[in-house]
Design a protein around this ligand. Structure first.
Ligand code: SAM
Length: 277
């Protein structure tokens, strides 16, 4: 099945990593695939997998959306097509639309993700989505993305929860792709205030112990994280590789400029023929 595009916009999306990751895993045989920080699932959607995959995320609404797209894509699309992209409709759907079914909740989630400002996912203290309208007026959403995603998701177990939720399903020759929220910013710039509460340095250390478990099981892992000294200290493991990747990132709003940022890839996949480093 071909690579398909994520059906949501997601902060920290890994579409840019796909070519590199494919070279990295070219030489290995993968049994089951695990992605416990799923987000927009850019990597999962790019892979050709034959066996059951384990996908999860701690965001309940996001996970419901994946489950509904896998199981009831037509109902999700039918509901989604009733929503119009204008400011009045946006605030009505955001604040007053009460989904009666899980399919309607999924359609509302995709609509808000596509039409809100930057596709951010942010909720207030009451758990209500509070991102303003994005004014993407020339935007057209191709609902075929939902049908394609549904096909690709058929052979998956999708769960909501912490990244350790499917720990005991990990076995020899499985691949676990780990893309946690970044706690520290790139290029040694210190903490990311918002993410510090979402995913603390202690969570990063717990993730490091989780990787030790993956290795004990003789499974493979690939971790992406900010290129930061603190992160290097936490995740350096004997015999494994640390690869520093450079990428250009667009920063700022109206006066946007390009900035070079560095990311680390940590992995126990042995060096093969890839010439990326
Ligand atoms: C950087 S994003 C992943 C982006 C994804 N790779 C993509 O291509 O779009 C990190 C994800 O981790 C989730 N998350 C945060 N804390 C978590 C936790 N403790 N366990 C599992 N998932 C968590 C967030 O909801 C978010 O979707």
């Amino acid at each position: 099945m071909p690579t398909i595009e994520p059906f949501v916009r997601w902060a920290g999306g890994k579409t840019w990593l796909i070519p590199y990751l494919h070279k990295l895993i070219d030489n290995i045989h993968i049994e089951h695939y695990h992605e416990p920080f799923l987000g927009g699932a850019a990597i999962f959607f790019s892979l050709n997998l034959s066996k059951l995959s384990y996908l999860s995320d701690s965001n309940e609404q996001l996970v419901n959306t994946y489950i509904q797209i896998r199981d009831n894509p037509k109902s999700v699309i039918n509901c989604f097509l009733q929503f119009k992209n204008n400011e009045y409709e946006y605030y009505r759907i955001r604040d007053n639309f009460e989904p009666k079914t899980s399919e309607e909740a999924a359609a509302q989630f995709i609509y808000l993700n596509q039409t809100s400002y930057n596709g951010l996912f942010r909720v207030n203290k009451q758990g209500k989505y509070n991102v303003p309208y994005g004014f993407r007026t020339n935007w057209h959403y191709d609902t075929r993305r939902i049908s394609l995603a549904s096909e690709k998701l058929k052979n998956t177990k999708i769960s909501v929860g912490d990244f350790e939720i499917n720990k005991y399903k990990i076995n020899k020759h499985d691949l676990v792709f780990l893309d946690p929220p970044y706690t520290v910013s790139h290029n040694n710039n210190g903490f990311i205030e918002y993410n510090k509460n979402l995913f603390s340095l202690d969570d990063q250390k717990r993730l490091s112990r989780f990787i030790d478990y993956i290795k004990q099981k003789n499974a493979y892992y690939v971790l992406t994280n900010a290129a930061h000294e603190e992160i290097k200290k936490i995740f350096t493991k004997e015999g494994d590789r640390i690869i520093k990747l450079k990428r250009n990132s667009l920063i700022g709003g109206r006066n946007a400029s390009r900035e070079e940022i560095f990311e680390y890839i940590f992995t126990n996949i042995p060096q093969g023929e890839d010439k990326n480093e």
